[in-house]
Write a protein that binds this ligand. Structure first.
Ligand code: GLN
Length: 471
């Protein structure tokens, strides 16, 4: 715990943590040590440092969603997933940085500033990019972590914790995991409780797990999975522990390669690592086949309509009365609401609330919201058809390229960039499937690249077993 705390201090410039819960962590570690010395029974995570994205409620610890709206908000309860980790003896190092309300794919849009990718400072990347220095200062070439769980990914990558919670609505756990060289796992929708995860899109949100290896992700999943009376969308059946076999015979597997994922925007380097991975499976005797997910091209726009519609409804609770920020205006209640929300939300959040309310207008509802729900069904059915044809897991890239420099990322309109980046991840959320990003290799620039495995709904164990064999 002390080592992790000192690493947190050393890497403070990365901006991975919004809150470092040093006192709490030291106390928890001390208690854990006492339990150990007295020979008491230990939890599965006893003494293990973990970090939690700052959109999960933590009792007594500020929970901000990286927004002015929730600055200073201290929840009175723990999210179920946080409680489950603490019940196993985990040591909470702090709350990690994100895009405001988890809207984004760069971790560049939070009120506490962007998260810097630790790989920006690796020897190899610096040497390779020396010629690109813009002459402003040494730091000008730093890279984004991806997002929106960039703080959690950077926290795991810098060894300041052993596992971190992220959230995944359209790729927010897998995307930063790929850019930071760690494992990012999005469980099946309904396998893990969302109670206490401040919602973005209730029908797609899933708590995500970031770790340094697939085995660790499976261990954490084992602790988190299962029914929660406080989340009616969680599974009813009891869940078995997720222990992964150490050797898997992949020769009986059928791996699907979705042809629509070979997009013109995909970098040639990621593409070649993707086909190398497919060849590896083939050389071990697995059946590798091209498959089709014909509605892929609708997925970004469909996600956009559904996401913003749910956002418009979810964000209504932030009215300056119950939570966090309240603007000091006493002209009228409406004026107070409006001013609070103008001051509290950034333009990305306000933009989504506007779009969502537009799609939900009486005259637009059928044409946008209902239509998008139908398209969502078609997208989900694409996956069902592929799995019903005998495919066990799909192998895809996680992101279009390795992490890009911040300056490049912000050149484009955030919404356009973020939408493109999620092409391989968003459909999975609309279908509720499990998916995991695994680091595969370093690029020519010395930066991590991740590949994604997608599994059948509730076949999380099988998915992780394949990912473990591959990693
Ligand atoms: N980039 C997507 C969005 O901004 C996904 C975000 C997420 O998964 N939290 O909506």
């Amino acid at each position: 715990c002390q080592k992790c705390l000192s690493l947190i201090k050393k890497t403070k410039f990365l901006n991975a943590y919004i809150t470092v819960s040093e006192e709490i962590a030291l106390k928890q570690a001390e208690e854990s040590e006492k339990r150990y010395k007295k020979g008491h029974s230990l939890g599965d995570l006893d003494g293990i440092p973990i970090a939690v994205k700052d959109n999960f409620s933590t009792s007594g610890i500020e929970t901000t969603c990286a927004s002015n709206m929730l600055k200073g908000y201290v929840p009175p309860y723990n999210a179920t997933v946080v409680q489950k980790l603490l019940d196993q003896g985990a040591v909470l190092m702090g709350k990690t940085n994100l895009d405001e309300f988890a809207m984004g794919s760069g971790s560049t849009d939070g009120v506490f500033g962007p998260v810097k990718n630790p790989w920006s400072y690796s020897k190899q990347y610096r040497e390779k990019t020396k010629h690109k220095a813009r002459g402003e200062n040494e730091d000008s070439n730093w890279l984004i972590t991806g997002g929106s769980s960039g703080g959690s990914a950077a926290a795991v990558a810098t060894f300041t914790c052993f596992a971190a919670l992220g959230s995944d609505t359209g790729g927010s756990t897998r995307n930063p995991a790929a850019h930071c060289g760690v494992v990012g796992f999005k469980p099946s929708y309904g396998l893990v409780s969302r109670h206490g995860l401040i919602p973005l899109v209730n029908s797609m949100d899933v708590p995500g797990i970031l770790t340094r290896c697939v085995d660790d992700a499976a261990i954490v999943l084992g602790m988190l999975a299962g029914h929660d009376p406080k989340d009616s969308t969680t599974v009813q059946d009891p869940v078995k522990p997720f222990t992964l076999p150490s050797l898997t015979d992949v020769s009986k597997l059928c791996i699907g390669i979705p042809k629509e994922y070979l997009t013109p925007e995909l970098s040639s380097e990621v593409q070649s690592l993707w086909s190398k991975a497919a060849n590896l499976f083939e050389s071990e005797g697995a059946k590798v086949i091209e498959v089709s997910l014909p509605h892929t091209s609708y997925s970004i726009v469909c996600y956009h309509v559904l996401c913003t519609s749910e956002v418009a409804s979810n964000m209504a609770r932030f009215d300056g009365l119950e939570y966090g920020h309240r603007c000091d205006i006493d002209v009228s209640t409406e004026a107070m609401y409006a001013a609070t929300r103008r001051e509290g939300f950034n333009d990305v959040v306000r933009g989504r609330i506007l779009s969502g309310n537009f799609f939900l207008l009486k005259e637009n509802y059928e044409n946008y919201f209902i239509k998008a729900q139908k398209v969502r069904r078609l997208i989900a059915n694409d996956f069902v058809n592929v799995f019903n044809s005998g495919v066990d897991v799909l192998l895809t890239p996680t992101t279009l390229s390795e992490a890009v420099p911040y300056q490049e990322f912000i050149k484009e309109d955030n919404r356009t960039r973020s939408a493109q980046d999620d092409i391989f991840t968003q459909a999975v959320n609309m279908a509720g499937l499990p998916a995991v990003s695994v680091p595969v290799a370093l690029s020519n620039q010395g930066l991590p690249v991740g590949l994604q495995f997608i599994g059948r709904a509730f076949h999380d164990q099988q998915l992780l077993t394949v990912a473990k064999w591959f990693e």
